[in-house]
Design a protein around this ligand. Structure first.
Ligand SMILES: CC(C)(COP(=O)(O)OP(=O)(O)OC[C@H]1O[C@@H](n2cnc3c(N)ncnc32)[C@H](O)[C@@H]1OP(=O)(O)O)[C@@H](O)C(=O)NCCC(=O)NCCS
Length: 167
């Protein structure tokens, strides 16, 4: 049974290592493995733990971290009703309902959190599992950033902008 809890600064090295592993396969993430640092994760977890409209969570299976996700608020006042989603279920644990459990938790939190109205995300247009998950939940496409990622082999990938209104 998957458990969800708030991420703690001490979790940062595990989260960074997992994202670096996922980033080894070009076409999923914007960051390259060498651009992912434990310090940046620690800073983001600390920042969101203090923010009333932000949340950083981890998913645990038998006390092992198998996924993480965040809703990160925007800093400008005109954008303060918007949060940005990131979600990762680690290789070996995908397709077992963990992504759905994480999204249910985050969206319940978003609906109950004063001031949060819109969840936005960017997803690689080639990332069929993630797009299927978002569409199943009700996210809609807002537009496309053409050739937004340039891969090491010189090819390009578009990004889709997707969103969901929660309040
Ligand atoms: C996208 C991701 C979060 C999905 O998590 P998951 O735990 O594997 O997803 P779940 O098992 O909860 O599946 C929920 C739904 O997502 C969709 N889905 C998930 N994996 C899929 C796949 N390989 N193919 C098609 N649909 C898929 C389905 O709609 C599924 O519902 P269903 O089981 O009723 O068909 C996971 O694949 C992942 O972390 N990928 C790498 C990182 C990433 O791409 N993050 C998103 C960046 S924008």
């Amino acid at each position: 049974m998957v458990k969800i809890r708030r991420a703690e600064v001490a979790d940062a090295p595990v989260l960074a290592a997992a994202e670096a592993k996922i980033a080894e396969t070009p076409g999923y993430m914007v960051s390259s493995p060498n651009e992912i640092t434990s310090d940046a994760f620690a800073a983001k977890i600390a920042e969101l733990s203090q923010h009333p409209r932000g949340i950083y969570i981890i998913a645990l299976l038998d006390d092992k971290i198998v996924g993480h996700a965040m809703l990160a608020p925007m800093s400008l006042s005109a954008l303060s009703h918007v949060v940005r989603l990131n979600i990762f279920v680690y290789p070996g644990f995908q397709r077992q309902g963990i992504g759905q459990t994480i999204m249910d938790y985050l969206l319940t939190w978003a609906k109950q959190t004063p001031g949060v109205e819109k969840v936005e995300l960017l997803v690689r247009a080639t990332n069929k599992p993630a797009i299927a998950l978002y569409k199943k939940i009700g996210f809609f496409e807002e537009g496309k950033f053409k050739k937004r990622l340039k891969l090491p082999d010189g090819s390009y990938i578009d990004d889709l902008a997707m969103a969901l209104f929660v309040n």
